[in-house]
Write a protein that binds this ligand. Structure first.
Ligand SMILES: *[C@@H]1O[C@H](CO)[C@@H](O)[C@H](O)[C@H]1NC(C)=O
Ligand SMILES: *[C@@H]1O[C@H](CO)[C@@H](O)[C@H](O)[C@H]1NC(C)=O
Ligand SMILES: *[C@@H]1O[C@H](CO)[C@@H](O)[C@H](O)[C@H]1NC(C)=O
Ligand SMILES: *[C@@H]1O[C@H](CO)[C@@H](O)[C@H](O)[C@H]1NC(C)=O
Ligand SMILES: *[C@@H]1O[C@H](CO)[C@@H](O)[C@H](O)[C@H]1NC(C)=O
Ligand SMILES: *[C@@H]1O[C@H](CO)[C@@H](O)[C@H](O)[C@H]1NC(C)=O
Ligand SMILES: *[C@@H]1O[C@H](CO)[C@@H](O)[C@H](O)[C@H]1NC(C)=O
Length: 518
């Protein structure tokens, strides 16, 4: 695929992914890392042999002023359970190619809900992603129609006007009830759709929906600190504090980088950023072994158990055994390519490495949304007394550097110095709520602090009209995938799936009653 991982394969799926862009250089990518992103990973979506017909829907480039331009938005249809009178179950594919979401039409949440309701299942691709691309390139100017307002208006226009090939009934909203589902960024879209287009979206499920945009997102890694295996977190913390201290002393500065094979990497922030990389693998865990990534578990195994042994790495400089183990692991997964320098492979401070803007540079898409509207910059905790699992050198300035490098001002659009998170948060943020809007999250999801299940959100009850479900032991949108043999799913997954079936069925019976004037 276009994005070639140079570290562990799973890292690309994680929030802090390091990627080689064509030309061989590395960049830091801050992405939501949903299951099944467009980088062709085999790790995160169960393959589907079922084929679903693919169609186009014509959208205006700009919903709010007439440019005269349109583009084709792709969607896929499953009619295997559809019976006239049934609802439409639509899954928003968020910041990925829609093709990566097709397993959810086959054995995942769309299949489950469609079967339970006689519904028509749909996957709808998001503008700019996959093949729903309205631009000739991804320059700053060409990306100016990539924002939540335009993309939400796409979904509304689709729901109000689509005519499904081969289906005679008019299934547009609001005449037909539409149930909107999304996970992660698409989860925030699901909640936003229900709040902003209540007449079109009859019910919605926001799974791990990141409705709360933040500039400093130090809590992402803090969830891993809280829920990761105790020994492993202990080893990570031992190394992180030791590395920070050794980097701050001129005498030990080079030896500690050399221990990790990275003595030639110019910037210390690039060095400690590589050390944070394996933590991103946490997000790739899944209850389904066919989808799960073992990378985090392997990382923990490599770090060993807490052990007071210290090892001399240079004259008068000793480190704990944890740091030795960490260095061996990083050495194994971060291999420089022949003929490249450490800066070529792992450096992020050269603005020229971000300049390609052709359509193969799909990393520019979610990154643009981050830089303009979402933030989500992963940093060390601002409070130095707060325990941490990443280096204190991972600052906001370092995290947002890519925004300035990758998106120089255009003629028509300028990326702000800091993302303007107001538009996202003014829809509700942590307190977003509506009737027939279900909030489903994972207890151990590093994105939970950006959802209504954040520890700082107002507590709310779980009711059939406003379901509020926290899946214990779960990471990122664990309800989105499913097995064809439902009874083989773990009990917590069977339970959330059947709860989703129950409340969606209850909503739909309300719809029927309101239609019949009862
Ligand atoms: C959908 O649109 C794309 C891009 O415009 C085009 O290449 C493709 O042929 C269209 N597919 C269908 C089924 O019309
Ligand atoms: C569809 O639902 C029916 C009735 O609830 C159930 O018996 C059947 O197993 C379901 N089929 C699938 C493929 O889940
Ligand atoms: C990007 O595409 C626009 C047309 O949409 C064109 O005017 C512009 O020159 C292109 N820029 C680059 C760098 O390819
Ligand atoms: C660091 O750079 C020097 C000089 O360019 C080179 O000889 C050496 O092999 C490099 N070290 C590593 C670990 O790549
Ligand atoms: C401590 O860790 C070192 C390095 O991994 C290992 O050689 C040593 O055997 C360990 N000691 C104990 C007591 O586990
Ligand atoms: C940020 O966005 C909000 C809402 O979209 C807007 O009202 C406000 O003017 C913007 N702030 C800045 C500094 O541009
Ligand atoms: C479905 O899974 C259950 C529980 O693991 C198992 O007992 C059953 O044999 C499976 N059914 C099929 C058809 O594979």
């Amino acid at each position: 695929m276009l994005l070639t991982p140079i570290v562990a394969a799973g890292m690309l799926l994680s929030v802090h992914a390091r990627t080689v862009v064509p030309g061989g250089q590395a960049i830091n990518l801050w992405r939501l890392g949903m299951a099944g992103e467009e980088h062709g990973s085999t790790l995160t979506t169960r393959a589907t042999d079922a084929t679903f017909p693919q169609y186009n829907f014509t959208q205006p480039l700009d919903h709010f002023s007439n440019t005269g331009f349109t583009f084709s938005q792709r969607y896929w249809v499953s009619d295997r359970y559809y019976t006239p009178g049934g609802p439409v179950i639509i899954l928003d594919s968020g910041e990925s190619s829609g093709t990566e979401r097709l397993p959810y039409l086959d054995t995942g949440i769309v299949d489950i809900l469609a079967n339970a309701t006689g519904g028509l299942g749909i996957v709808l691709e998001h503008r700019y992603y996959g093949a729903s691309v309205p631009a000739a390139n991804f320059t700053t100017d060409s990306l100016r129609w990539l924002n939540i307002e335009q993309a939400l208006a796409d979904s509304a226009n689709f729901m109000a006007n689509v005519k499904f090939p081969g289906i005679n009934e008019d299934l547009t909203a609001p005449g037909t009830p539409w149930i909107y589902y999304g996970g992660s960024y698409a989860g925030s879209r699901s909640a936003h759709m229900r709040v902003l287009y209540p007449e079109l979206v009859y019910g919605a499920i926001a799974s791990s929906g990141v409705t709360y945009a933040t500039i400093l997102d130090w809590q992402y890694y803090d969830i891993i600190r809280q829920f990761g295996p105790t020994d492993c977190i202990h080893q990570i913390q031992t190394t992180v504090y030791e590395v920070d201290e050794l980097l701050s002393d001129a005498k030990s500065h080079t030896p500690i980088k050399a221990l990790f094979g990275l003595a030639n990497l110019t910037h210390d922030q690039d060095f400690v950023s590589l050390l944070a990389g394996p933590l991103g693998d946490w997000q790739d865990k899944n209850w389904d072994p066919a989808v799960n990534s073992d990378d985090f578990a392997n990382f923990c195994t490599a770090l060993g158990s807490p052990n007071d042994t210290s090892v001399e790495i240079a004259k008068g400089i000793s480190v704990n055994a944890a740091t030795i183990n960490y260095a061996i692991y990083v050495n194994q997964v971060c291999q420089e390519k022949d003929g490249s320098t450490a800066d070529d492979c792992f450096g992020t401070f050269d603005p020229t490495q971000y300049q390609a803007t052709d359509l193969s540079q799909t990393w520019r898409l979610w990154q643009f949304q981050v830089c303009t509207q979402f933030g989500f910059f992963f940093t060390a905790p601002p409070d130095p007394k707060q325990p941490r699992v990443i280096s204190k050198l991972l600052t906001l300035d370092y995290a947002k550097m890519i925004c300035e490098f990758a998106y120089p001002p255009g003629q028509h659009f300028t990326v702000p110095a800091l993302p303007n998170i107001t538009a996202v948060n003014s829809i509700g943020g942590l307190n977003i709520a509506a009737d027939r809007l279900a909030i489903v999250d994972g207890q151990e999801d590093p994105w939970r602090p950006n959802t209504p299940h954040s520890d700082i959100a107002k507590k709310r009850p779980d009711t059939p009209l406003r379901p509020f479900k926290l899946i214990s032991g779960a990471v990122h949108h664990y309800d989105e995938n499913g097995l064809s043999n439902r009874t083989a799913e773990p009990p917590v997954i069977q339970e959330i799936h059947s709860q989703e079936v129950q409340f969606v069925q209850a909503w739909l019976s309300d719809f029927k009653q309101s239609k019949s004037g009862l």
